[in-house]
Structures are given as C-alpha cells and as structure tokens.
Design a protein around this ligand. Structure first.
Ligand SMILES: [Mg+2]
Length: 380
C-alpha cells in the first residue's frame, strides 16, 4: 500500500433537469424538473481523484479530513471507517481509481463473491408521478400516465413504478382510489404482460385501501406495493397473509425515509419482502451488512435514492455483493457537468461499465464554476 493522503477537497452542487416535470406523490407537492446534485471531489497527494454524492459537509468538516491517509478511511474489505460515513461515496470512487477497479468489483470481493461480467442490473423507471390531477376523468388521467410509461419503454425501460395514493390528500378518497386503479390498469395495458409494475403509496393507504386496490388490480400482477402505510407489524402481517390467501404475488416493500426501527424485524419475520433503505443515507458500507442479512432471510434489496441523479449510477454496484438485489431505481435526469453516459438502460437493465470507480466523469470547467458559485475548496 502507499501512503497517499487527502490533499484537496472540493465541493460544489451541479443542477440537473428531468425530461419532464415530476408531479406529486401521495403526500407532497410537485417535485419539478430540477435536481440538485451535490458532489465532493477528493484528491490525494499522489494525484488521484475520486468524487461522488456527499452528505452536507461544512468547510470545517472537510478540513478535518485533509492529511488523512486514504487507507485509514477506506478498506476495500471492511468498507468506509465510521467517521468517514459522510464522505463514503467519494471514497469508494477514489479507492476504485487507485486500484483501477470498478466499485462493484471491490464490493463483490468484500462480500466474498465473484462478478459475472459484463454486469447487467435490472432497473425500473421511477418517473410515473401523480401528474394527472388537472385532468377531470379517470380515463384522461390514466391515458396520461400510460403515455409516460410509453416514453420510458421507448427509452429502454421494462419495469415501471407508479405513484399511487391519490385519495390520501390530493383527491377525495374514493375518487383517488378509483383513479389509482384506472392508472395501474392503463399502464399494464400499455407496457404489456411481461413488464414489472410496482406501485408506491408513500404511506397514503391504510390496510383496507391497500387490500381494495390490490384486489381490484389482481389481474395486473403487481410486483410490489411500496410504503402502503407507515410500518406496523400487526397490519403488515395481516396484509401479507391476505396477499397469500388471495393468491397474489405482490411483494411488500418499505424502508425509505423515516423507516421504523422494527422494519428489519418484520422482514426477518416474513411480513415485509423487500427493504429499500436509501443508498446514500444508509450508505454502501452499511448496505453490505444489511444486504447480507437480507440474503440470509431471503428478503429482497432495492435501495431508494430518488432526487439526486447520481444514485442511478452508484446503486447498481451493490448488486455484485447482494444476491437479493432486485432493481436500480432510475430517475432520468441530465446534469451538465456530470457524464454518466457509460451507463446505458437497455431492455430493462443497466449495463454497468467495466471502468475504475463509479466510471463517472466531471466537466472540469462546469465543476469549477459550481465550486466557486456555491461550494468550497480546501487543500493541505
Ligand atoms: Mg418510495
């Protein structure tokens, strides 16, 4: 090993655009077109750089990492040191650049697995928001969301997540439920029988509504119901048993946001089928442990990351280390300055690039503009 130390840390936020506005989820306002992409770049005394999404980092906190040896902050076998959790993603990229290996190879090795290459990881189009509130009829609303699914299909997607729970806030309850069902049916008709369809209520259903929606869409073969309601062991056990009795194959997925500390217990006990902790806030190092635990329980892994663009590229690396990894959440965004073109969505899969680190590149001028305009740079 060499003694390379962190010599420069630059922080800046790039701004991306979605191809169309993302509307509401069941509980919040319109998400919009614009995506903030905060990035930190770490450069070492031997001239190697790595960058990635970063939790908010003050100039003072950044200073504290200057002069640290890289190998004291990240070890490919054990992951990132707890004190460096906030800078984990730049460190994984840096470790990949230093070793000339893709991050997924580092993760696979730490999990004792080998990667079949070329690595392809299934993904879903996460862009089907509640975009139809201005439309008066279920027919028109459903046709709009189906057209969005068609757009995704034409851009390589074969799995689709639909935001539901219109009756939780944005529409009267019964009208909202009816619109949800119409939308699910229209998307299924649009994308054909082989596509995976996922629905996400952002906790906007209750147990009875969840059952009603699943019963009314039984012939749509929904792959998962995400965040039906806030995690509750008794209610999830009831829903899980009901799904089995009805002969449905819908999985119960949960874990983004303020997840219940009991969630993993529900997964271990078999009431929750898929865990979705955020790739950035839970972190890759924690995910290595959680994913192994979930594999042992035969529970699926599908990290959340919506809204930061770069999650499209980094989350699939975990698939090389976790057998139960199901999908990359794909939020189509274009961010000037961030080149992710090494990742391509094709027939429902992301082809993962066989290149060092996360295989992403920064436009130097645009990144420096961001560092000057909204960030900072500290050096030894
Ligand atoms: Mg969600």
């Amino acid at each position: 090993m060499n003694n390379a130390k962190i010599s420069t840390i630059e922080w800046g936020t790039l701004v991306g655009q979605r191809p169309r506005q993302a509307g509401c989820n069941s509980r919040g306002p319109v998400h919009g077109n614009e995506v903030q992409v905060p990035l930190a770049r770490f450069t070492t005394t031997d001239g190697t750089s790595g960058f990635g999404a970063c939790r908010p980092l003050s100039e003072q906190q950044a200073h504290a990492f200057l002069g640290e040896r890289v190998e004291d902050l990240i070890d490919a076998g054990r992951g990132v040191a707890p004190r460096a959790a906030s800078i984990e993603f730049p460190l994984w990229d840096l470790e990949g650049q230093r070793t000339g290996r893709p991050v997924y190879q580092l993760l696979a090795e730490s999990a004792g697995k080998t990667v079949s290459e070329p690595l392809r990881v299934r993904c879903y189009d996460t862009s089907l928001y509640i975009d139809d509130l201005h439309l008066a009829t279920d027919e028109a609303g459903a046709a709009l969301i189906a057209s969005e699914a068609r757009f995704g299909y034409e851009h390589g997607h074969r799995s689709f997540k639909i935001k539901v729970g219109r009756g939780a806030r944005h529409m009267p309850l019964l009208e909202g439920n009816s619109r949800d069902v119409a939308v699910i049916r229209a998307v299924r008709a649009e994308v054909g029988p082989d596509a995976a369809i996922l629905i996400d209520a952002n906790n906007g259903y209750n147990l009875n509504i969840a059952k009603q929606i699943l019963a009314e869409t039984a012939d749509c073969n929904l792959f998962w119901l995400e965040e039906a309601f806030h995690e509750d062991g008794a209610l999830y056990e009831d829903l899980h048993d009901w799904i089995e009795r009805e002969g449905l194959s819908t999985n119960i997925a949960d874990g983004e946001g303020q997840a219940s500390p009991m969630l993993l217990d529900y997964a271990r006990d078999g009431f929750v089928d898929i865990i979705q902790y955020d790739i950035f806030s839970h972190g890759m190092t924690n995910w290595l442990q959680t994913g192994a635990q979930l594999d042992g329980w035969n529970v699926g892994t599908a990290p959340h990351h919506y809204g930061r663009h770069i999650g499209n590229y980094v989350s699939g690396h975990l698939a090389a280390a976790v057998d139960g990894f199901l999908f990359i959440e794909w939020d189509e965004v274009s961010t000037p300055g961030l080149d992710g073109s090494a990742y391509q969505v094709d027939e429902g899969y992301v082809r993962m690039p066989d290149a060092p680190g996360f295989a992403l590149t920064l436009d130097e001028d645009l990144f420096q503009q961001a560092v000057t305009a909204n960030g900072f740079s500290v050096r030894l």
